[in-house]
Design a protein around this ligand. Structure first.
Ligand code: HEM
Ligand code: PLO
Length: 479
């Protein structure tokens, strides 16, 4: 009988008590770049101590697939974090809540509610298209001199999410819309200043001023959303749900039905859960979509030939007589590639959200014990030179094969995968497609005279954002 092979442990950075591996992390690099650099030295699978927490970092797609898919259930936990606990009333949301039976049924409810509004209905398409109309008008009124597109794009995307979540549509200078944008901005600035991974000891870099600003923004958010929730409860009818809040309220009743006696209070989807879900759909819906659009615009300014090719495709397949709709997607492969390439080269969530092992398990044949934190560095995976030719080059053609057919490489995972895959994926894809196609059908973007090209380095907050840049716009022939 052969002896069992000795377990080789995952290469680990040195550490000190309390500080963990911090002294070996050098200064300043954001986590996704730091981990990519460390992977060159320690190998693509390595471990380190973030303070007291043993953390495994995954930098290649085989190990990522193991963690997210093959052993997805083992690694579907989330660590508890101070700021996100505040944000979600101790994990009554989807993204930051640890794995539990309640989380599972909550996630299923949210998923079903999205499906109700996303695929299969033309409502969402109508919502997005009307928001695109006003975005185009707003952009064109800014004229041909340079301006920062960020606020107009954010307003348009926020408006879509407001309609989707609680049926409000605002004029772009509406006071309530401004308030929503302001509190969301405040949360974004304070929730995770260097990404969702706390590399540097939290208390030291997190001034109390920040914490009170975060709390203040959360209070404003809660007031506004509780008000919407009460209105919805009061007017909830038997018919089809009008929006996400309606769908959640109806689902909340259904999930409790017949089980009220057997379920204790902490096993039910409560009003708090509904509120936190609405808030999260909101935050996720706005930040990710607007950031992705702004990245793609920035790359189009660097690559005018790509913009021209998308517009040629649009002219041939759709023309200028009618708006683009979802059923055009099959005929617009190049546009899809541009969206994919944007999400590859600048993933909005470069290290996803931290995962934890819920049982003893393994990665790449190395055993990993229950409670271990696992970070999947999508940045390394999307920039791996073994799988991507010239990974730093923006080249949408890499998503087409020799016959011009779309291909999705297995190391492309912008939404994650497995039990924790993004619940908003189809919604996000629908929005990105409709926004980008409609914008490029009607408007050409160029660099303002004398302006520098957008800086593509990005800045990591809760998502990876482009630094501010300026565009100039001109209406296209026929519009
Ligand atoms: C989770 C990407 C849009 C809601 C995630 C994760 C990623 C991601 C990478 C983490 C996966 C993990 O931790 O393993 C994106 C991208 C988007 C996008 C690239 C758009 C370009 C949206 C939208 C919504 C949304 C529009 C909702 C309206 C969520 C939620 C989670 C999540 C609730 C947490 C899932 C869980 O922990 O179970 N997303 N997302 N996302 N996303 Fe998205
Ligand atoms: C954005 C600010 C909001 O006010 C709150 C919020 C909720 C959900 C978060 C989102 C923020 C940032 C992007 C996140 C999303 C859940 C999934 C998504 C982290 C903090 C990604 C890209 O993983």
């Amino acid at each position: 009988v052969l002896p069992a092979p000795a377990q080789v442990s995952i290469p680990c950075l040195p550490r000190l008590p309390a500080l963990g591996s911090l002294p070996w992390l050098g200064g300043g690099l954001p986590p996704h770049l730091l981990f990519m650099e460390l992977a060159h030295r320690y190998g693509s699978l390595f471990a380190l101590y973030l303070g007291p927490h043993y953390t495994v970092v995954v930098n290649d797609h085989q190990h990522a697939r193991e963690v997210l898919l093959q052993r997805g259930r083992d690694f579907a936990g989330r660590p508890s974090m101070v700021t996100t606990n505040l944000l979600t009333r101790g994990g009554k949301d989807i993204a930051f809540s640890d794995y539990s039976p309640l989380w599972k049924s909550h996630r299923r409810l949210v998923h079903n509610s999205f499906t109700l509004f996303g695929e299969g209905t033309s409502r969402l398409q109508d919502i997005v298209l009307s928001s695109v109309d006003s975005l185009c008008a707003e952009l064109l009124s800014s004229g041909s001199c340079g301006f920062d597109p960020c606020s107009a794009v954010t307003r348009a995307v926020t408006n879509v999410v407001c309609t989707l979540v609680f049926s409000a549509t605002y004029h772009h200078d509406d006071a309530e819309l401004q308030e929503v944008i302001r509190y969301n901005d405040g949360i974004v600035q304070t929730i995770a200043q260097g990404g969702l991974v706390d590399i540097y000891p939290w208390m030291k870099v997190f001034p109390n001023k920040c914490l009170s600003k975060l709390k203040e923004c959360i209070t404003i958010r809660d007031q506004l959303l509780s008000h919407k929730l009460e209105e919805h409860k009061a007017s909830l009818g038997d018919g089809d749900p009008r929006d996400l809040l309606d769908a959640l309220l109806k689902g909340q009743v259904d999930s409790g039905r017949g089980q009220t006696s057997s379920r204790s209070a902490d096993e039910r989807i409560t009003d708090d859960h509904v509120l936190m879900t609405a808030a999260e759909a909101f935050g996720a819906g706005v930040e990710t979509t607007s950031t992705t659009l702004l990245w793609i615009l920035a790359y189009l300014l660097h690559h005018p030939e790509v913009q021209e090719r998308v517009q040629k495709e649009l002219d041939e397949q759709v023309g200028a007589e009618r708006p683009v709709c979802m059923s055009d997607r099959g005929q617009l492969p190049y546009l899809d590639c541009v969206i994919n390439e944007g999400m590859r080269i600048r993933p909005v969530s470069p290290v996803l959200i931290p995962h934890t092992a819920m049982t003893d398990s393994s990665i790449g044949g190395h055993s990993v014990s229950c409670g271990t934190r696992v970070l999947v560095n999508m940045w390394s995976i999307h920039h791996d030179p073994r799988h991507w030719d010239k990974p730093d080059l923006f080249n949408p053609d890499r998503f087409l094969d020799d016959q011009g057919q779309r291909v999705t490489p297995s190391c492309f995972l912008p939404f994650g995968a497995g039990p924790r895959v993004c619940v908003g994926e189809s919604l996000a894809r629908l929005e990105l497609f409709l926004f980008l196609s409609s914008l490029l059908q009607r408007i050409s973007f160029r660099l303002p005279d004398g302006a520098p090209l957008p800086n593509l380095q990005g800045r990591l907050g809760v998502v990876l954002q482009p630094l501010p840049y300026k565009v100039a716009v001109a209406p296209r022939a026929g519009w």
